[in-house]
Design a binder for this molecule. Sequence first.
Ligand code: ADP
Ligand code: MG
Length: 214
Amino acid sequence: MSNGTMDIDHCTSWLEGFRERVTAQQPYLTELDSAIGDADHGANMVRGMAAVMDKIAAAPAATVGELFKGVGMTLVTSVGGASGPLYGTFFLRIGMNVGEVAQCDAPTFAAGLRAGLGGLVDRGKAEAGDKTMFDAMAPALDAFDADLASGGDLHSAATAASEAANLGRDATRDLLARKGRASYLGERSIGHIDPGSASTGLLFEALAEATADG
Ligand code: ADP
Ligand code: MG
């Protein structure tokens, strides 16, 4: 599978892997959001990704762009919490950026991810160190791009991105939240991992798996 392209099957495997991971890790995501939020992040992600996979099964997309735009719309409309519009805009922008193609090569996919991050920022205005999913996603995309630039393929880039996302997730523990519900806690948000950064770690773990050989 590691031929350096993301076709609809690879993209669907990525989304399915993300759904599996948020479902398996729902208790952990709930626990994180109980500490500094309202305990719904696990439920939000499970509901959203279940709706995404239902939509894909009911109406398969013909292009990668159509697939990701559909994912984005589904997340925006099916998830009540902040994470729905944020992940929704991320996927929507990926779809708009890669366009109506059957597959994308590694640089095109990397540019799509970058556009997705831009959407997340447009929507939520997060900056580095605000203790949000941005703090996992931005280093993940930097690692993804750096790996490709040094000759890596999609799988090695996604593996590097996954490692960087999880390091970013862990580093949110010491940060003071400046966006979202956790920001209401001020200093009391310090000492807890941000729930959205944890789900973003799962997103890139799923991408590494979906781009692996076999
Ligand atoms: P809610 O906060 O509405 O209950 P969730 O619990 O599903 O929604 O998602 C919370 C996560 O959303 C946070 O852990 C954080 O990572 C992310 N988040 C919240 N606000 C922002 C924002 N403005 N920009 C980026 N990410 C954000
Ligand atoms: Mg919440």
